[in-house]
Design a binder for this molecule. Structure first.
Ligand SMILES: *Cc1c(COP(=O)(O)O)cnc(C)c1O
Length: 379
């Protein structure tokens, strides 16, 4: 039995959709990208303005460009996240100010944000860690009191809601990823989402060299801003649309797999499972993040290796707190006492697969293998 950690869920329908896109004369920025934006907006709700882009990193970069954040500005960034959340701040010349996370959800520790604010702070970025939504009403309230923007990294949070409202719609900009092993994929791709039409228009302009219209539909154009090429192709959009049609089944299977696996492993080895903490929170269940407690905590790598030999793929979210990564450590220094929770999550947790391609019996195998690997160290 071989169960990979992340496996894109590709069906015959997806292949037909891609093939149909390939048979049309327009291969980038045509009807597929426009429809994908409309359908994505209707899935999120609240008439969100959606702009297709080439990745979540591209969406995050466009977020700071469109908010006019740059040199001299500071942005609050969770220490426990994908490096893209911080890189997007760096790339516009602003300074990321890192804050620690909660041990129960992996989400940013709201109490710490207030003390990290300075008069240079222009925005707070948050990541919905592995699909667990941040308490956005509280965060939005904090941002409003201080008059600063909110950028939501929703790369692993398609389907996450807080009080029934989809994440990405609370802040000024929400950024989604369609990388192969996210909830849905375009091969590579992303979505810039905003409730402000003027921010969406800016992003639209910046994603395509700063041209007012798509070069494929207009041979004469002028350029008034310094833009990039962050376009999503028609082929990618066709795949994304086809995948989005199955999002409800996808989310149901993830939630079921999460519950089945949790029931198999919780209580047997000394672990805790990161999950939602309130009824108002609906997780998109990206994976099963298990935080190992002593004496398992220091055996994390050995347990992951053991699982691999049993045919169960695991992953690490994320291998380092961002400020511990070489680039950030060299630029801002690293103090190992500063982000204790983010460090524990990076060093002592194992992410187990619960994706939509896995059946209940696959999940049973994952659970039994995990318990067996842990038992080697506790008995
Ligand atoms: C994967 C991921 C990204 C990067 O997404 P890309 O589409 O590959 O740029 C950003 N943030 C988080 C939280 C992620 O997990």
């Amino acid at each position: 039995m071989v169960i990979p950690f992340g496996q894109p869920w590709i069906t015959e329908e997806d292949r037909l959709a891609v093939d149909a896109a390939l048979q049309r004369p327009i291969l980038t920025h045509g009807p597929e990208t426009e429809e994908f934006e409309r359908e994505f907006s209707s899935f999120l709700g609240d008439a969100a303005h959606c702009v297709t882009v080439s990745s979540c990193m591209a969406a995050l970069h466009l977020a700071y460009l469109s908010l006019d954040i740059g040199p001299g500005d500071e942005v609050i960034v969770p220490a426990q996240t994908h490096v893209a959340t911080a890189h997007a701040v760096e790339i516009v010349g602003a300074r990321p100010v890192f804050v620690d996370c909660e041990l129960t959800t992996g989400n940013v520790f709201l109490e710490e944000i207030e003390s990290a604010l300075t008069r240079r702070t222009k925005a707070i970025s948050v990541v919905h860690f592995l699909g667990i939504p941040v308490n956005m009403p509280r965060l939005a309230d904090l941002a409003k009191r201080h008059g600063i923007y909110v950028v939501e990294d929703c790369a692993l949070a398609l389907g996450s809601r807080y009080e029934a409202k989809h994440v990405g719609l609370f802040g000024d900009v929400g950024c989604f990823s369609f990388y192969p092993i996210k909830h849905i994929t375009c091969g590579e791709g992303g979505m810039f989402v905003s409730k402000h039409p003027e921010l969406a228009s800016k992003a639209r302009l910046l994603r395509s060299f700063g041209t007012e219209r798509s070069p494929s539909t207009c041979s004469k154009y002028d350029v008034s801003v310094l833009g990039l090429n962050y376009r999503l192709s028609e082929i990618g959009a066709a795949l994304g649309r086809s995948q989005l049609r199955r999002i409800d089944t996808n989310l149901c299977r993830r939630a079921r797999n999460f519950r089945v696996l949790r029931d198999l492993i919780s209580g047997i080895p000394p672990i805790s499972i990161l999950d939602v903490q309130q009824n108002a929170m609906l997780s998109a269940y990206y994976c099963q993040q298990v935080l190992l407690q002593p004496p398992l905590a220091e055996k994390r790598d050995t347990i992951a290796t053991q699982l691999r030999t049993m045919g169960v793929g695991t992953s690490t979210y994320y291998p380092h707190p961002v400020p511990r990564l070489k680039f950030y450590r060299a630029k801002y220094g690293w103090n190992s006492d500063r982000f204790p929770n983010a460090q524990r999550i990076s060093d002592c947790s194992v992410a187990l697969p619960i994706g939509p391609t896995l059946s209940e019996s696959d999940i049973r195998y994952v659970g039994e293998s995990f318990v067996a690997a842990c038992n080697l160290w506790t008995h």
